[in-house]
Design a protein around this ligand. Structure first.
Ligand code: HEM
Length: 455
């Protein structure tokens, strides 16, 4: 008996592909607009990097299924992760599912709620140290200051060896160059591009080589020391001793956590401060919440915020969530299909590179009304909808959801509350319109601010 199966549903091609280059020029010139525009073409769209096809999932519902009910069909890998692999190796964020099943449980205890409460004290001290070092009238590069803060926090919580601090400082400085190199390697397939002696490649080679040296020192220290520092890395070192190459295994996790843990929070804080500058009424409401919760203003210095203050800082948290919606640091995420994906909305073959863009998905008006408007109240309990919650991908979802989600949002809340309860920031005229820098991460533009006491 012959069975008749339905023909695989066809996937439309993205417009604008050039004969030899495919969509490389679109990804190089204005990738945010390009990805946003694909939703009009279909729920699944085919793009090309030169002659290499890849699939973009633009439907929020399919992206949710890809993370949950159908996550076995999508593994880490594909164009983005394969190019990142020489840098992050097989760390938690990039390893395939069979390694992930072993790695994640080994690290999860470092992110339990009881631990986060302890880390929150370090976050408060670090926010105090950084914002307490500023002087009235000083002009600061905000992004660098936020990096200084996240570097202190990671170096005092997850990776606490003395050597971690210089390594974290190096990575904080190197991330934009590394992520630019990673992005170009992703959009231009093959070895040819990586071999070109152009500035983006030279810088990438230099900073990754130096990163290797500074991180190697941290790994050597942890492995030789043998003491349990009670931090994430001590757990990692113990777990990695069973791996065929323990040094490489520990190295991959140090680079992963230093990169993921420093950059995302520093960049989301800077984006959020920029949004607040463009929305003075929202900033005024935020300041009112901070004054109510922490005191200060004409009566004196505000109290420092801590973990116990979080229930009183609801609006602050909505501001951070909304900032992450509009400018998700992981603006583009990739997977590889483990087998044929027979979706009615578009058939994706096995072993294909698949992308989705949280930035584009978060600008879908059927999920977020008026999506280009910064509206923190859309997250208030009386307005937030299930569709919105399900359509929010800034921290990922499913079994690959960000392991540092609570860590990162608590850190950002404490940092923003400390900063704005103490200081007023003045931005130079015209600076509000600068566009974000698109690399493998969505980085804020240079943000110079003059700081004055908040009295
Ligand atoms: C607000 C800040 C943060 C944002 C926006 C963010 C975003 C994300 C996203 C979107 C993913 C999933 C990527 C995917 O599906 O391929 C992810 C995974 C990950 N994040 Fe975060 N992250 C943040 C903070 C942190 C922090 C503070 C740490 C470490 C302390 C961290 C470590 C990781 C790791 C290790 C993974 C891989 C998890 C796994 O595959 O099991 N992140 N993050």
């Amino acid at each position: 008996m012959t069975t008749v199966s339905a023909p695989p549903s066809t996937v439309p091609n993205a417009p604008g592909g050039l004969p030899l280059l495919g969509h490389i020029p679109n990804m190089a010139q204005d990738p945010l607009t390009f990805f946003r525009g694909l939703q009009q073409i279909g729920p699944v769209v085919r793009i090309r990097f030169a002659n290499q096809p890849a699939y973009v999932v633009t439907s929020p519902e399919l992206v949710r299924r890809l993370h949950t009910t159908e996550q076995d069909l999508f593994d880490k890998g594909g164009p983005l992760f394969d190019r990142v692999r020489p840098y992050v190796g097989n760390g938690l964020a990039s390893c395939p599912a069979h390694d992930h099943a072993r790695q994640r449980p080994a690290m999860q205890p470092a992110f339990q709620r009881s631990r986060i409460e302890r880390y929150a004290e370090v976050m408060t001290d670090s926010a105090d140290e950084v914002t307490g070092s500023w002087r009235p009238g000083q002009v600061l590069d905000l992004y660098k200051e936020m990096h200084r803060l996240t570097t202190l926090v990671i170096g005092r919580t997850l990776i606490s060896a003395d050597q971690a601090d210089p390594a974290a400082r190096h990575i904080a400085q190197a991330v934009p160059d590394i992520m630019r190199g990673v992005y170009w390697r992703m959009i231009v397939p093959g070895r040819f591009f990586a071999a070109l002696p152009i500035p983006v490649n030279r810088r990438y080679e230099e900073v990754t080589a130096h990163t290797r040296k500074v991180v190697d020192k941290v790994v050597d220290h942890y492995r030789a020391d043998g003491t349990d520092h009670g931090d994430l890395m001590s757990m990692v070192v113990a777990a990695c001793e069973q791996e065929p190459d323990p040094h490489a295994a520990v190295y991959d996790q140090v680079v992963t956590f230093l990169t993921a843990g420093l950059e995302s929070v520093a960049s989301s804080l800077t984006h959020t401060v920029r949004l607040l500058h463009r929305h003075p009424q929202i900033l005024a409401r935020l300041r009112a919440e901070l004054q109510e919760a922490l005191g200060g203003g004409p009566d004196g210095e505000p109290r420092l915020p801590g973990y116990g203050d979080l229930p009183k800082l609801r609006f602050t948290q909505h501001v951070i969530t909304e900032g992450l919606r509009m400018y998700p640091p992981a603006w583009l995420v990739s997977r590889v299909t483990t087998e044929d994906v027979p979706w009615d909305e578009g058939h994706i073959p096995a072993d294909a590179g698949v992308f989705f863009s949280p930035y584009a998905l978060h600008r879908d008006p059927s999920v977020f009304s008026d999506p280009d408007t910064f509206d923190p109240d859309r997250w208030s309990p009386d307005r937030v909808t299930n569709v919105q919650r399900q359509g929010y991908f800034s921290l990922g979802a499913g079994r690959r959801k960000c392991i540092g989600d609570v860590f990162g949002t608590v850190e950002a809340t404490i940092a923003l509350a400390t900063l704005l309860s103490r200081w007023r920031l003045f931005h130079p005229p015209g600076s509000a319109d600068a566009r974000p820098t698109v690399t493998a991460l969505l980085l804020p533009p240079r943000t110079l601010v003059r700081v004055e006491r908040n009295r």
